[in-house]
Every structure is written in C-alpha cells, then in structure tokens.
Design a protein around this ligand. Structure first.
Ligand code: SF4
Ligand code: SF4
Length: 208
C-alpha cells in the first residue's frame, strides 16, 4: 500500500505458475487482491494471469493483449516472484518507461513443496552444484552454516544447534543418505572452499 500511494489506476499481473502454487499469485489471489484494492479506493483497469511471467517472451505477448489498459495505468502490481516482477518491468519499460511495476508478494527462496502451505528451501543457485557428491542433499541450504566438509561440533542427536535443535543437521542427513547409497567415501572427500564468484551479481547463462 505504501508503494502504491499516489497511484490510482492499476493493472494486476499475476503468475500462473510458482506463485499460483504458493497461493500468492494465480487467479484466486489476483481476484482477492483486486477486491482489496478496490475497497482501498484503487481502480483496477485489468487483471491478467500470465502463465510464466519470468519468461519475457510470454510476458511480452500477454501484456500486449491488455495494452489498452496498460497504457492507461499509473502502475502495475505484480503477484509473482522477484523474477516475474523484473521480467515484467523489463518488457514494460521498452514502450512504457514511465510506468512503475511494484511487487505485491515477497520472494523467500528456491524451494520444493509437498503440499500447499509447505515449502522447503533447497537451493541457493550457488553455481557449483555439489549434489553429485552429497547424496542429492544440498549442504549449502540444509546446513545452517553452509559447511562443505561434514558436520560441525554443534549437532546433537542429528539436530542442528542453529534454531535450538529443532531442525535436522544437514550433514547428518547427507551422511545417512551416502551410507544408504554405499558411497561413504564421498563423505570424507575434502572439498575446498566453494567459489562464490559463480554466484556473483548479474550472472548470465548463454548457451545458444
Ligand atoms: S549445491 Fe549449490 S546449486 Fe546445488 S543445490 Fe545446493 S545451492 Fe543449489
Ligand atoms: S549442526 Fe549440522 S546443520 Fe547445523 S551448522 Fe552444524 S553441520 Fe550445519
């Protein structure tokens, strides 16, 4: 609401993929957000659910479909992750550089889910994936200290000291998994420090 102050006419852009799964985007949440904003005195010119707004090609085509509303808008409100919002910003700014895009959601992490309302952080996009050596369990995210060479002295009975022994120790999980796989030799392999250079700012992957 703070970001939207000073604006009146809005276009809502909602993500039909991950944010829909998180119930922060998709059709229903966009509808709920539109109602809320109307009650707050905003005018909603258009609401669109884009299947994958992080794909600029899809955003470009879909935003063109509602261009009549877009060009009249004071601002766009994104119900997508930070990627979706930035993709929409980039597409929009080509023809309408004066129209801001605001985020109506927060982006927590790259995670996996097993049911609505439960999400587990499992990757930080470190750029030097270790899963082949760690039984498919990420030490960067499951270990509270992102350690690379086994558990610290803080684990007790398989629980991590960080967070007061509520969460499992990632490295004990890795050990158990490698044992199941008969690959404990990988557990004692010395890993030198991770090159965070690979996860630096403005990283791009260009393969074609
Ligand atoms: S090791 Fe790096 S790339 Fe692989 S899952 Fe963990 S954070 Fe992601
Ligand atoms: S107890 Fe385990 S998960 Fe916690 S910081 Fe130490 S090694 Fe990492």
């Amino acid at each position: 609401m703070e970001a939207l102050s000073g604006h009146k006419k809005l276009v809502l852009v909602s993500c039909g993929m991950c944010a829909a799964k998180c119930q922060t985007g998709g059709t229903e949440e966009a509808k709920a957000m539109a109602e809320k904003l109307i009650n707050e005195g905003f005018e909603i010119l258009s609401t669109i659910v884009i299947e994958e707004p992080c794909d600029m090609r899809i955003s470009r085509v879909d935003l063109r479909r509602i261009e009549d509303s877009v060009k009249e808008a004071d601002a766009l409100l994104s119900l997508a992750c930070g990627l979706g919002a930035q993709s929409i910003t980039e597409v929009l700014s080509k023809n309408y550089p004066h129209i801001p895009v605001y985020v109506g959601t927060n982006t927590e992490f790259m995670g996996m889910t097993e049911r609505i309302g439960r999400f587990y952080m499992r990757c930080r996009g470190c750029g030097s994936c270790l899963l082949n050596e760690t039984g498919g369990i990420c030490p960067i995210t499951t270990c509270a200290k992102s350690l690379l060479n086994g558990p610290c002295g803080g684990q007790i009975d398989g629980k991590c000291e960080v967070g007061d022994y509520k969460n499992p120790c990632g490295w004990i999980q890795i050990y158990e998994r490698l044992k199941q796989l008969g690959k404990l030799d990988l557990f004692s392999k010395l890993r030198t420090s991770l090159s965070w250079q690979e996860s630096g700012h403005q990283r791009e992957v260009v393969w074609r």
